[in-house]
Design a protein around this ligand. Structure first.
Ligand code: BGC
Length: 701
């Protein structure tokens, strides 16, 4: 019997110099069946059960995507970082990595081992309640950004848990709905970020989704977990269920698929059920071991058995973390519209500002569901603006008639049917009261700047022409108020670009074609008589159709801008859009060759010049178009980007490399990635709809 601390220390698995696989073997070989089973499910809401006899402590997990979550047992005050959509809007991978490092330190500081983040589901519908928690509609940007976060967090020996695997793109009916999606769409759109986070980022954990994927629940999806994640992508970490996601699943199927940990409590992994399964020969102890060894591996990676002195140091709410939060906010906020350069505000002529709108002084950290953060502090937009205006001796008022400029802080919040987990939004429009406020104010004073505080696209058709400037400020974290003020007055030149298309109206969006493609469709205006089979308001859940247990991704790969491009629909603001207070010129596009073969790389270069008179940053975007192909392909696909900081007049050369990976598509017939010989176009732009340079080359087989 291993009992005393003294003797435990001498056991081989405790030796940090021993190869990790040997440590796992050794520990696994000492566990009794009962102990193994106890490790397969949670103890408290976010912990695993300890095995005291062998000195295995609880493995502790915490939410969530923009800061250490408040959990239910956890009252520490933490750094509130900008939400994922805002961070992704920076298009700055270094910042995502720094965010990851800071997040890892925050997790360590409270003695936890893994963060239930990043959330990397594709933003398929603008109404998804968790759009703010997810990164983007584009698989390439999603993958690059996810890898940066994963690497950052894990450099602190804290695990990431990429979620929610897979095709969990709406909250509506999330516990039951079956996502009906083609293999090609999975491979080209929904998998890439998960794949890259595993293959390039070595993510230590994956959270299985609530929903079914083509009929089978995520937790027991053999093809998804065992065949794809584990066998094809070489995942070495463990799969954890989303909390209570096993409720409709079966023990044997979960074990065989490769679900290691059932959270928060045992249902399918109850002692009795596992023992029965073993006795009946439904699965073997070896299969159980294979699942468990993955959790033990992550425990070793996170240093649970190592001398705490040898592990990275944790810290929270440090000046460095604050700085990272502020930089992300400053670079993630997007200037959507700026007629007649009303922005930045000029303190020599602006002496009085009217501040209106429901989001001026609203704190946002503690809301939205599992991602909520009990923030150490949060500078609201009003607080940030007030401090700045005090410095500049500008007066703030509530009366638009008496002001030089009016700032309306509009948008959404984390309330019911807004940006929030477990529910989707009902409409694309802003709340009616806000539209009224904007329109009525415009009659009194046309110098309006609308600052949107929200985490998902809103329609603006009703009011956009009545305001000269619009800023998308998202939920930009603890420093949001300071960042917004810096942008309004030009201390910071905006450089954020939309990671998601803003549609003019809901029915323009690929998910909102009809009731099949989004069963919770709430576009009353486009709903035809007879479409609404049943409408029942029940505890806030609106149930519409009699077939809403399935959502059909009929649009296939045409998600986001791919859909708008293909169908020639003009978006309100396109993917990749974002204005600056300066201008950039794109010149001298050069391709290293006019053709490439398999395994060869094409180098694409161009010069970018800051042609205005303010320092600023531009996100240069590279899109590829397959001109000749036997199957239908998108008009363009993002395959490279670079954020360049330039002083006025400064020019810099930007280079991209393109090879087979960037040119290929998923061929369902051969179940493999493929490039067909023929012409390809290189499109370099400032947004997906603002292409500045074009080139062409040929792929030769
Ligand atoms: C959410 C997850 C979260 C988990 C634990 C679930 O409801 O879907 O994203 O990590 O709860 O709080």
């Amino acid at each position: 019997m291993e009992k005393s601390e003294e003797s435990l220390k001498d056991l081989p698995f405790m030796d940090p110099n021993l190869d990790i696989e040997k440590r796992i073997d050794n520990l696994l070989s000492r566990l009794t069946l009962d102990e193994k089973i106890s490790l397969c499910s949670g103890k408290r809401f976010f912990w695993t059960k300890p095995v005291k006899r062998l000195g295995i402590p609880s493995f502790k997990m915490t939410d969530g995507p923009h800061g250490v979550g408040s959990g239910i047992l956890f009252l520490k005050k933490m750094m509130y970082f900008p939400v994922a959509i805002c961070r992704t809007a920076t298009w700055n991978l270094e910042l995502s990595k720094q965010f990851g490092e800071a997040l890892g330190e925050e997790v360590r500081s409270v003695g936890y081992h893994m963060i239930l983040a990043p959330g990397i589901n594709i933003q398929r519908t603008p109404l998804c309640g968790r759009t703010f928690e997810y990164q983007t509609e584009d698989p390439y940007l999603n993958a690059k950004t996810a890898v940066a976060v994963v690497k950052g967090v894990q450099s602190k020996r804290v695990g990431t848990c990429i979620k929610h695997f897979a095709a969990n793109n709406q909250e509506y009916n999330r516990f039951k709905v079956s996502t009906e999606v083609s293999r090609r769409a999975l491979e080209e759109i929904y998998y890439p970020a998960f794949k890259a986070a595993v293959e390039e980022g070595d993510a230590w954990s994956v959270m299985a989704c609530y929903n079914r994927l083509n009929g089978t629940f995520g937790c027991e999806h053999y093809e998804l977990i065992r065949e794809t994640l584990i066998n094809k992508w070489g995942f070495r970490g463990f799969v954890v269920s989303d909390w209570f996601a096993t409720r409709f699943t079966r023990t044997t199927e979960c074990i065989k698929a490769g679900l290691t940990l059932e959270m928060p409590v045992a249902k399918v992994y109850k002692d009795k059920k596992i023992k029965e399964g073993l006795q009946n020969g439904d699965f073997t102890e070896k299969e159980l071991d294979d699942n468990l060894r993955r959790l033990l591996r992550v425990m070793f990676l996170a240093g649970l058995f190592d001398d705490p002195e040898s592990l990275p140091i944790g810290c929270r709410n440090t000046p460095e973390h604050k700085e990272i939060a502020r930089k992300i906010a400053e670079e993630g906020i997007v200037l959507l519209k700026n007629d007649d350069n009303i922005l930045p505000l000029d303190p020599s002529s602006v002496k009085k500002i009217a501040v209106l709108g429901p989001n001026a002084n609203k704190k946002m950290a503690f809301g939205g569901g599992s991602s909520m953060v009990r923030a150490k502090y949060e500078i609201t937009p009003y607080k940030g603006l007030k401090a700045k205006c005090k410095e500049l001796k500008i007066k703030l008022t509530k009366s638009p008639a008496k002001a030089d400029v009016v700032i309306i802080f509009a948008g959404l919040n984390h309330g019911k049917f807004m940006d929030r987990e477990n529910k989707d939004r009902l409409y694309l429009e802003l709340p009616k009261k806000q539209i009224k406020l904007i329109k009525e104010t415009a009659k009194i004073n046309p110098n309006i700047i609308v600052v949107l505080i929200n985490g998902s696209p809103v329609a603006m058709d009703d009011w956009i022409n009545e305001v000269p400037a619009i800023i998308e400020a998202w939920y930009a974290g603890a420093e949001s108020g300071n960042a917004i003020a810096s942008i309004l007055f030009g201390d910071v030149n905006p450089s954020g670009k939309l990671p998601i298309t803003f549609p003019k109206k809901l029915s323009d969006s690929p998910a909102h074609k009809d009731f099949r493609t989004y069963p919770g469709l709430k576009d009353w205006s486009s709903a035809k008589e007879g479409d609404i089979i049943a409408l029942r308001k029940n505890k806030g859940m609106v149930i519409f159709t009699d077939d809403d247990d399935k959502v059909y991704y009929d649009e296939g790969i045409y998600v986001g801008y791919r859909h708008f491009d293909k169908n020639n629909i003009e978006p309100l603001f396109p993917f990749g859009h974002g204005l600056s207070y300066t201008t950039f010129d794109y010149k001298n596009l050069k391709l290293s060759s006019n053709s490439i073969k398999q395994d060869e790389k094409l180098t694409i270069s161009l010069d970018i010049t800051n042609s205005g008179n303010r320092a600023g940053a531009e996100v240069v975007q590279l899109y590829i178009q397959d001109v000749e192909c036997s199957i239908d392909r998108p008009v363009k696909e993002l395959k490279g980007f670079e954020k360049i900081f330039l002083e006025p007049g400064q020019t810099q050369k930007v280079e991209f490399e393109v090879g087979t990976d960037e040119l290929s598509f998923f061929d369902e017939d051969t179940e493999s990635w493929k490039v067909e010989p023929g012409k390809f176009k290189v499109l370099i732009g400032s947004s997906s709809r603002d292409i500045r340079l074009e080139g062409e080359f040929e792929y030769i087989s």
